[in-house]
Design a protein around this ligand. Structure first.
Ligand SMILES: Nc1ncnc2c1ncn2[C@@H]1O[C@H](COP(=O)(O)OP(=O)(O)OP(=O)(O)O)[C@@H](O)[C@H]1O
Length: 360
């Protein structure tokens, strides 16, 4: 995650600063202990690469989620408070911005608004997956609003921000199932590696673009790649990486593209959605997902283009999308070769990647 284009004398929406309510505040450790019942195990919502997250309630009744960092970047030049303030001022209705922080002694904590419907992961294959609360309409809304949030980070936030970790566990859902994208701009706050392989785990989660795995450099185009994987995960309910056998894993694009060649969209859609999806809309999301997740970064759309494609309902746009050479079977002229093609296209990831972890 990178922050760039630092801003001076202007609000973080690019306008002159007027008298504004501060968007964040400093919390005392005592206050956070009281809110979380001293970081009680029962309050724990989960654990990520950088620490554990606890549910809490403040004296005014508002519910919070407190991320207690197990390690943070103590590079001297990084001022934790300054970095958190930059992030806290980035505001968009589909971003979950940090509400405050606590830095006392060795403790570093980030405070967020609590999201009662947890993350997309919990609905796709976590604790809520059996209930199937995410119908097609909700999924479309999540797709569009999370695209808008990332486009905002890329184009309108000041400084512009590369998210760097777009994936289903970083899309949280509020009480109305509105998407709130979180965990952006952590690059300077978090250590490069927490020493327990956390950074490596991220690069093997199936969302990271090939060029980013190779260079470690995150960019707007690598966010687009991750968002493409997220779209495919959202409509199919599948994980980004699937273990075929103990030594082989397959990425979701390698699974989906051969089905798209055959226009077998019914095999792509999450079976829990039954017939409720609109065929054209389903096709569109799959096409956009695959366009984003192309290996060549130059061929990927920008996030603004992604938003435009997802919201545009016109038939011409749809025909344009469908005509993209990416969705044509390169071997289709030879009908006898179909089976072989499906096999080759499945592009089973080689032994080199065999140790990839099947994280969401
Ligand atoms: N604001 C929040 N409201 C409700 N649940 C939250 C909130 N923030 C995080 N969680 C939950 O806490 C758990 C841990 O979140 P965290 O962001 O630390 O890790 P992660 O996103 O799962 O993984 P990583 O750290 O690798 O990005 C997740 O299950 C997440 O759904």
């Amino acid at each position: 995650m990178q922050l760039f284009n630092s801003c001076c004398g202007k609000g973080f929406d690019g306008k002159k600063k007027e008298k504004e309510e501060p968007s964040w505040r400093v919390f005392s450790l005592k206050e956070l202990h009281a809110a979380t019942n001293s970081f009680n195990y029962d309050n724990k919502l989960g654990e990520g690469r950088f620490g554990s997250v606890y549910w809490g309630q403040l004296w005014d009744g508002s519910q919070i989620a407190v991320k207690r960092l197990k390690a943070w970047s103590n590079r001297e030049e990084i001022d934790f408070a300054v970095e958190v303030e930059i992030l806290a001022r980035i505001r968009h209705k589909n971003l979950l911005s940090v509400r405050g922080y606590c830095a006392e002694g060795q403790e570093r904590l980030l405070v967020y608004e609590y999201m009662p419907n947890l993350s997309l992961v919990s609905h796709l294959y976590g604790q809520h997956s059996a209930e199937c609360l995410l119908d097609w309409t909700k999924r479309m809304k999540i797709a569009i609003s999370s695209a808008q949030a990332i486009a905002y980070l890329h184009n309108h936030a000041t400084p512009h921000i590369v998210h760097g970790d777009v994936r289903a566990s970083n899309v949280l859902l509020d009480s109305e199932f509105e998407a709130r994208v979180t965990d952006f701009g952590y690059g300077k706050l978090m250590p490069d590696d927490t020493g327990d392989g956390a950074t490596r785990a991220k690069s093997n989660n199936g969302y990271i673009s090939p060029e980013c795995v190779a260079s470690g450099k995150e960019s707007e185009t690598s966010d687009v790649y991750s968002f493409g994987i997220l779209l495919l995960v959202l409509v199919s309910g599948k994980r980004p990486l699937e273990r075929l056998n103990p030594t082989t894993t397959r990425g979701i694009t390698e699974w989906g593209l051969p089905l798209v060649y055959e226009r077998k969209f019914g095999e792509i859609v999450d079976k829990r959605l039954s017939e409720e999806h609109v065929e054209e809309k389903l096709k569109k999301v799959v096409f956009v997902g695959l366009m984003c997740a192309q290996t060549d970064p130059e061929k990927r759309p920008t996030m603004s283009e992604v938003v435009e494609m997802l919201v545009n309902e016109s038939k011409e746009k749809m025909s344009e999308l469908e005509a993209n050479p990416l969705f044509k079977n390169p071997y289709s002229s030879n009908e006898n070769n179909r089976e072989q093609v499906a096999e080759e296209s499945s592009d089973v990831i080689s032994k080199e990647k065999d140790n990839q972890q099947q994280q969401e």
